[in-house]
Design a protein around this ligand. Structure first.
Ligand SMILES: [Zn+2]
Ligand SMILES: [Zn+2]
Length: 118
């Protein structure tokens, strides 16, 4: 199930820009690579950051991540275990997973603590 650019853009509005703290982003269509690496940009300050959409590849190369996903609690239904839709690296200290609750389908962003160890 591939994500559309529009879906990714609307999900990005749930996080804030690392620089200006606003929540409007766009995906630069010209930077979209076939391997799923995109670039997001803040509408206000033009700050840009990588967006990774090939999660199948990511999960294959990061064997710890599936275990971490099972520990994430849904804020809507408090069920644990989510699916990873895509991820972004907002700044050197801030990587964010965009996940979907497997129980109720609620979509939310989750700060990734794993990235600190990569
Ligand atoms: Zn900004
Ligand atoms: Zn849920």
């Amino acid at each position: 199930m591939a994500l559309t650019v529009e879906q990714v853009e609307s999900r990005l509005s749930s996080v804030r820009c690392a620089i200006c703290k606003t929540s409007g982003f766009t995906i630069d269509r010209r930077t979209m690579q076939a391997d799923g690496d995109w670039k997001g940009a803040c509408l206000k300050c033009r700050y840009s950051f990588p967006v990774y959409t090939d999660m199948e590849f990511y999960l294959r190369t990061q064997p710890d991540v599936p275990y971490r996903l099972k520990e994430i609690t849904c804020p809507a239904c408090e069920h644990r275990d989510v699916g990873l839709d895509f991820r972004i690296v907002m700044s050197v200290r801030e990587a964010i997973y965009f996940v979907t609750c497997k129980a109720c389908g609620h979509k939310f962003p989750e700060q990734s603590s794993l990235e600190a160890f990569e």
